[in-house]
Design a protein around this ligand. Sequence first.
Ligand code: FA5
Length: 358
Amino acid sequence: MEPLGDLAPDQVPERFAKLRARFDREAGVAHDENSWKSLRDFWAGRKSGVLTQVADAWLKPAKPDLKRAIGQALNELKAHVEAALESRRLAIEAAADQGALEREREDLSLPGVIRALGTRHPLRQTFEEIERIFLSLGYSVVAGPEMETPYYNFEALNIPEHHPARDNMDTFYMSTPPGAAALLLRTHTSPMQVRTMEKKQPPVRIIVPGKVYRRDNPDATHGFIFHQIEGLAVDTDITFCDFAGTVEYFVREFLGPKVKTRLRPSYFPFTEPSVEVDATCVFCGGKGCNVCKQSGWIELFGAGMVDPAVYGFVNYDAQRLSGFAFGLGVERLTQLKYNVNDLQLYYQNDMRFLRQFA
Ligand code: FA5
């Protein structure tokens, strides 16, 4: 700082005005944190800032008649510098915050990710509907293994080896080590009749939903993997009337109150007597149409009174106990309920088909 020299007191303000103008110019271009720091150090730095230099070079050596005027002007300049530095600092900080806000801003006008809502598969809907009906009648739901032994799938159901009933239940056999028990993919859910009665004494009231396998060629009414729901009720006093009443109640609940049922003689090795349960055609109301081949009736499922021979395999007293069993084909029942003309549609994941069950 050059010395102040010989000044009259009234010339002091002009010298300070020049300094202040210079400061204002420099402050006007300090737009970021670094240039603000340089400005602060240059003007207000404790050791060698302009203000300190002015105090050292002008105030300290001033003659008494100038001291008062210089002191007052220096104080005013100092107050101005400090206030301006502070307001610039706040402005720079605010600008930085604004910049960060803009950089990090979420664009709420962008459309969100649209997640399509799925619907339950028609077969699952049928499972749930049938489970609901039988749960309301006091049945419980049990599951069994899909990989079975020939004993549970056939023998204990009164289907010995070489029995002709095995012909339409050919299946997939697992390769097992020599000497180990043979294993196959179950052809029906009926093995769970035996497994349940082995473990539990009557009264028994169960349904068994599950997947089954057969060596059938796929077509509009056949799959090589399909689903069944087995039903079994055994107690000391179950009659054919209980069986017929249960079947009729189920069919009405499932297909509607107008549908009538009839029992037609049939054959299964593990039920005696055996029946096919038919219902009046849901499409023509029993008048006769293409679906029911003009008969007015459609076949629903196989059932019957448990054959006493089966009780022999599970140590049940056939003299004291009686019961009935049924096996529902889930694909076929769903076809009838919703008029699906091709069973393969269930497995093709075609959204146009599946959306109809929303
Ligand atoms: C049985 O499987 C017996 N276990 C049912 C039974 C249980 C009778 C208890 C008596 C007492 P069936 O082979 O008829 O029966 O098959 C039952 C149902 O499965 C059929 O009515 C049909 O709806 C369905 N079904 C059979 N084969 C196929 C297939 N390949 N694809 C789709 N559904 C099938």
